[in-house]
Design a protein around this ligand. Structure first.
Ligand SMILES: Nc1ncnc2c1ncn2[C@@H]1O[C@H](COP(=O)(O)OP(=O)(O)OP(=O)(O)O)[C@@H](O)[C@H]1O
Ligand SMILES: [Mg+2]
Length: 269
């Protein structure tokens, strides 16, 4: 079964009365790498928290594969959607990294020897080789964020949601997360990532949703989305650095990566 995400007419109002999502309709096919960008408070986190059932729609529907999230609880949806929190301290709770990263697979009923293998593999992918016995408390924020990532990778869900994965990561950490995104997509899994890092977004995703005030105001490939200067302005987002540079140079074709930039430069040499 194909694990598409289908959001239809989604409205969400917090108990406080704030309507954070004003009617969102979007489909994400399985295997896509989707980035969500937009100003603080645009509704990005509120949107993705509907995918794993933390929130239920006030109006509209959210479907994960053949399931309507309405009537499914977080534990059920956890088998389909892994969600890495923006703030790892909302997610982490165990006293060792092994327990933390092994918790999800254990809950899914994975046998003990396979849990061990999954923990090792997830830590390797997250740049935390051999840290099984470390207490998360002794880690930096960037490391705790990668433990949160590892604990979701170990669940091997068809859909992985990353809420601002590169925040606080150094260049190596950012590159590592880009590799994880590429590997997941190569395995046919869907990656939805919220990010404020437009360079990371341009280089690592197939599609970009631009959000402002609880709505999607642009949707397309990175080249398409980053050409929508009107929408970017409304969302308080600047195009990636290379894209701004090529605009200043007066080149017609969008540039999303260093490779593309060098390619265009060579055609002009
Ligand atoms: N627990 C809450 N109770 C009431 N309102 C909330 C709550 N969480 C978020 N909001 C409001 O909902 C709107 C959307 O917030 P959300 O956190 O989804 O935005 P975001 O795009 O993820 O922002 P950021 O980039 O700052 O993480 C904002 O107006 C915010 O103030
Ligand atoms: Mg957020």
């Amino acid at each position: 079964m194909s694990m598409d995400i289908a959001v239809d007419g989604l409205v969400f109002t917090y108990p406080s009365g704030v309507t954070a999502l004003g009617g969102i309709t979007v489909s994400v096919p399985a295997g896509q790498r989707l980035a969500i960008v937009g100003q603080n408070g645009a509704g990005k986190t509120t949107l993705v928290r509907h995918f794993n059932g933390i929130f239920q729609p006030t109006e509209g529907t959210v479907r994960i594969g053949d399931w309507d999230t309405k009537g499914r609880d977080i534990a059920e949806l956890a088998a389909r959607v892994g969600y890495v929190f923006q703030n790892p301290d909302e997610q982490l709770f165990a006293r060792s990294i092994r327990d933390e990263v092994g918790f999800g697979p254990k809950n899914l009923g994975v046998p003990a020897d396979e849990i061990e293998a999954r923990v090792t593999a997830a830590l390797a992918r997250s740049g935390l080789v051999g840290m099984e016995d470390t207490h998360p408390y002794h880690l930096s924020l960037s490391e705790r964020k990668r433990v949160a990532l590892a604990s979701v990778l170990a669940m091997e869900t068809p859909i992985v949601v990353l809420d601002e994965p590169t925040t606080g990561q150094d260049a190596r950490g950012v590159a590592l997360i880009g590799e994880v995104v590429a590997e997941l997509a190569a395995e046919g899994r869907t990656v939805v990532a919220i990010t404020h890092d437009m360079d990371f977004c341009a280089e690592n995703f197939d599609r970009v949703l631009v959000m402002a005030d609880g709505r999607v105001i642009a949707d397309g490939t990175p080249a398409e989305a980053f050409s929508r200067l009107d929408a970017l302005e409304d969302a308080h987002v600047e195009p990636p650095q290379l894209e701004r540079l090529r605009t200043e140079l007066g080149w017609a074709e969008p540039v999303m990566s260093v490779d593309e930039f060098v390619g265009q430069l060579k055609t002009r040499a």
